[in-house]
Design a protein around this ligand. Structure first.
Ligand code: AMP
Ligand code: MG
Length: 486
């Protein structure tokens, strides 16, 4: 391992703690980033830095750029690569941070704790045949889409910085190399528990579960059975998260168990993309040939992944295995209802409905079926809905909806107001994402990327900065393909 410069630069505002590195040793390997030739910052998230208690004005100093490139370790950080396993497209594999290094946890001014992870910092003990590096384009893609998810109100990891390394990486061709700094509530994955279960050591599994409870669900520590409560709490957060994805037309694209976080944040932006015209079978990822992770399959896959989590936790539920299995089944069985609850609650808001009626699911389904038949744009159809104008929806459906609105005490203006806060004007449109990435990566022009970020900053408010960002791709993204971020 290359000896590392520890950067003593208190002006930056880093406050590191390293609780993950106190877990049993099999959960990580101490690893320093590999220094790069010529670091250059290309984008930095000043507003996020401010929230984190970092000093935005010094972030572009040589000292700070060295940290974001992996050329220096900030004072107090204890870099590690995390061990994990995962089911990838249904198949179990031992994995781990092959192209990521966790610098440690930064403590914010309000006591919040964030993982600071470098993505693309060189090889680790888990790199297998990979180079541990990342190309610029997928790192900018993660930056843009994760920030958009955040402004859309969806729990997500965030992006603090992207630096060029001054080195090239070899994929199918030679590409500019980059390092992304990712901020997360934590990087504990379903796959981390699958890895722990493989160790056949109940004490280390318990240590991981206790750590997760303490870090993300401290209120469960005193529960009669904290581990079954942990499972149920994760089920709840995932049910809510995947409902939020569906409501904005988001397709994660690679919902492997190693890409599902126990915190309930969206994690690992690889081949993800947003749907234009409504079609439940939409798939963009080039590697998802069977549509396992298609738009409408996502709740079912989340459920499947949570069963893998329950299996891993089994020894903690009860010493009697049969009893443990019964407990797990009962909890896991709640997922479909919890998903449906979150989905219909938020769908009601998208339709301007303040209360619930039994027929609401059918009303929504009928709207979606109409969109599918007419290949309507999902986002724009919802945003354009108006109780007093047809705006492209079926007249019979519109009449049903009007009648439904009339059965609630709120006025039409109140309904419109609710709808405006729940139906975004803009989402990251595939053609605009590609345009921004192309300009940055081919011409070094970051203006389109900044304009995209500005258009997505307040996605529920219309305004001139949205011009050019409301429309679906001219070809409705037919044939649009995304690739894994390697
Ligand atoms: P992902 O597709 O990003 O979820 O990654 C799946 C697994 O492959 C993880 O264990 C990664 O660390 C590993 N991996 C992906 N790309 C590389 C790379 N360039 N070098 C080493 N490991 C990688
Ligand atoms: Mg991953």
């Amino acid at each position: 391992m290359i000896p590392k410069t520890v950067m003593d630069f208190p002006e930056a505002g880093w406050r590191f703690d390293n609780t993950y590195a106190r877990l049993p040793q099999q959960f990580y390997t101490r690893t320093n980033p590999t220094a790069v030739r010529l670091p250059a910052m290309v984008i930095f998230n000043y507003s996020l830095a401010e929230v984190m208690g970092l000093r935005p004005d010094v972030m572009e100093s040589e000292e700070c750029i060295a940290v974001f490139a992996g050329n220096a370790i900030p004072q107090g950080a204890e870099p590690i690569a995390q061990a994990y396993a995962g089911h990838q497209f249904g198949h179990f594999n031992m994995l781990g941070d092959g192209r990521a290094i966790l610098l440690g946890e930064h403590l914010g001014p309000d006591g919040s704790r964030w993982d600071i992870q470098l993505k693309g910092p060189g090889r680790t003990a888990y790199s297998r045949r990979g180079d541990g590096r990342a190309a610029l384009r997928p790192m900018l893609r993660e930056y843009l889409i994760s920030e958009a998810m955040h402004t859309l109100g969806i729990p997500t990891t965030r992006s603090l910085a992207v630096v060029l390394t001054g080195e090239t990486v070899f994929r199918e061709e030679e590409l500019p190399g980059a390092v992304l700094t990712r901020i997360a509530a934590s990087h504990i994955r379903v796959g981390t528990f699958e890895y722990a279960a493989m160790q056949q050591n109940p004490e280390s599994l318990r240590a991981l579960a206790d750590y997760t409870i303490q870090r993300h669900y401290p209120e469960l520590a005193g529960a009669p059975n904290p581990y079954i409560s942990l499972l149920e709490a994760v089920i709840e957060r995932q049910a809510s998260l995947v409902a939020k994805w569906l409501l904005v037309g988001f397709i994660h694209g690679v919902m492997n168990t190693d890409n599902m976080a126990l915190s309930g944040e969206t994690i690992d932006y690889g081949p993800c993309a947003f749907m234009d015209s409504y079609d439940p079978a939409t798939v963009f990822s080039s590697i998802d040939r069977n549509g396992r992770y298609a738009y409408a399959n996502q709740p079912g896959i989340a459920h499947w992944n949570l069963v893998r989590l329950a299996e891993a936790l089994l020894p903690l539920f009860d010493s009697d295995e049969n009893k443990a299995v019964e407990m797990a089944k009962e909890s896991i069985g709640k997922f479909p209802d919890r998903f449906q609850y979150h989905w219909i609650s938020r769908m009601r808001a998208k339709l301007g409905l303040f209360n619930g009626e039994a027929g609401d699911v059918a009303l929504v389904e009928s709207l979606l079926q109409g969109m599918l038949r007419s290949r309507s744009d999902y986002t724009n159809t919802l945003r354009a809905l108006d109780p007093e104008k047809l705006c492209g929806v079926d007249a019979a459906w519109h009449a049903d909806w009007r009648a439904r609105l009339a059965r609630q005490p709120q006025t039409l203006e109140e309904a419109r107001c609710l709808m405006r806060c729940n139906n975004p004007v803009v989402i990251p449109r595939n053609h605009k994402v590609e345009e921004a990435l192309e300009a940055a990566c081919s011409n070094g022009d970051y203006q389109p990327l900044h304009r995209s970020l500005a258009a997505l900053a307040n996605p529920f408010e219309d305004g001139p900065e949205k011009n050019g960002y409301r429309e679906a791709s001219p070809d409705c993204s037919v044939g649009y393909q995304t690739f894994c971020g390697t």
